[in-house]
Design a protein around this ligand. Structure first.
Ligand code: PLP
Length: 411
């Protein structure tokens, strides 16, 4: 199976680069080799590319240029936001609020801080994966320094009520971080309207190069009553205003900026196309393959994400069978052949472990065509049928699903 024939339906894991981005990255690899901190002409050319890129990235979320800090990834941005706020504000408090469905790049720094004496509230979510705003308000104490709730979930695509969370954070004068790695460039984001203080994004999820990310930090240094509220994790030179020292990756950053520029122009039209394809798959699969259900919210979800549960089969078996047909999908969970643990996200929306193992995440992107979707829909039913025939769950242990009061039965 050659690359060009392969049907890639795993855009949430990473995206291929947009050819227009590759052009920009290549150009800068060739031409812009200077160190942006050097005072000579070659350095200053790199510096200009860096600052122009900052401006372009800022525009996508209505931020001030000065509040964009380039990093190496979404994971790094999440760590900087969470550990950075925790370490800097220990005199104010030691309590962090997050959700039970965060990506490990948020979940694990929070658990790590717990081991170091911080208190973390992991808010539950409803059957669609949405946090409850009353729960959030009730969780706040006078020791709460940070609320970190993801913009959109990477497994089930659910979009959280970010503006409302921002209002609650602002009213209580608590720093609000959102991991927007999956949402950035896919749905409109406005850090002003949504009262977001910290926002993580990653270039390789929106057709940019891998190994480039950014953290938006509102008003670092001038925040009323807080001053500087993030402690850097790296210590070195003066790059990125000492927030993230190390020589900037100019070709990568310029490519990331190009990806943001394209997203700003094309996001709305692309979303319309993707929603149609997404809903076509959802509706067709539920109608034509029995015992199939949607995980996540039917409408408050990313335009490109769908997560389907198939009773009596394992997501990984479906994934491997699809791969043999030249289709790349995901189970959407961190659970892999090396771990038998079910996805914490699917468990949090109320699925039983055996149900959580039967999920398939399909994520579409700008290069996805209707023909590809049709091919996928042609190949999927026989795979499910074959796996069910072999399934011990279907034959012997069916009772596990029968008196189920789990989430999908209420959908
Ligand atoms: N946060 C979310 C929601 C993600 O989906 C991902 C990547 O899968 C990350 C963080 C980590 O981003 P990166 O791969 O750039 O480290």
């Amino acid at each position: 199976m050659t690359n060009s024939k392969y049907i890639y339906l795993d855009y949430a894991a990473t995206t291929p680069m947009d050819p227009r981005v590759i052009e920009v990255v290549t150009k800068h690899f060739n031409e812009t080799y200077g160190n942006a901190s050097s005072l000579h002409t070659i350095g200053q050319i790199a510096h200009q590319v860096l600052e122009k890129s900052r401006e372009t990235v800022a525009l996508l979320i209505n931020a001030n240029n000065d509040d964009i800090y380039f990093t190496s990834s979404g994971t790094e941005s999440d760590n900087l936001a969470i550990k950075g706020v925790a370490l800097k504000n220990q005199d104010r408090g030691n309590h962090i609020i997050t959700s039970a469905i965060e990506h490990h790049a948020v979940y694990n720094p929070c658990s790590n801080l717990e081991k170091k004496g911080f208190k973390v509230s992991f808010l539950p979510v409803d059957k669609f994966g949405i946090i409850n705003l009353d729960d959030l308000e009730k969780a706040i104490t006078d020791k709460t320094i940070l609320i970190s709730i993801m913009f959109a979930n990477n497994e089930i695509g659910t979009i959280e009520p970010i503006k409302e969370i921002g209002e609650i954070a602002k009213k209580n004068d608590i720093i609000f971080h959102t991991d927007a790695v999956q949402a950035f460039g896919k749905v409109p984001i406005d850090v002003e309207v949504m009262n977001i203080d910290l926002l993580s994004a990653s270039s390789h999820k929106l057709y940019g190069p891998k190994g480039v990310g950014m953290l938006y930090i509102r008003n670092q240094g001038n925040r009323k009553g807080w001053g500087k509220y993030i402690e850097p994790l790296l210590h070195g030179g003066g790059h990125e205003k000492k927030m993230r020292p190390s020589t900037e990756n100019i070709p990568g950053i310029a490519g990331f900026a190009k990806a943001c520029e394209i997203a700003k122009e094309e996001m709305v039209v692309e979303a319309e196309k993707l929603i149609k394809l997404r809903d076509k798959i959802i509706n067709w699969a539920i109608e034509n393959i029995e015992d199939t259900y949607l995980n996540g919210h039917p409408t408050k979800r990313l335009p490109n994400n769908l997560n389907l549960g198939f009773k009596y089969v394992e997501g990984e078996s479906i994934l491997l069978s699809l791969d043999m047909e030249g289709i790349g999908a995901s189970t959407g969970s961190a659970c892999s052949s090396t771990s038998l643990e079910a996805s914490h996200v699917l468990l949090a929306i109320g699925l039983r472990p055996e149900e959580a193992h039967g999920s398939l995440r399909i994520t579409l992107g700008k290069f996805t065509t209707e023909d590809e979707v049709n091919y996928f829909l042609e190949k999927l039913p026989p795979i499910i049928e074959r796996l069910r025939k072999m399934s011990p769950l279907k034959k012997g242990v069916k009772y596990m699903f029968d008196d189920s009061d789990s989430a999908h039965n209420h959908h």
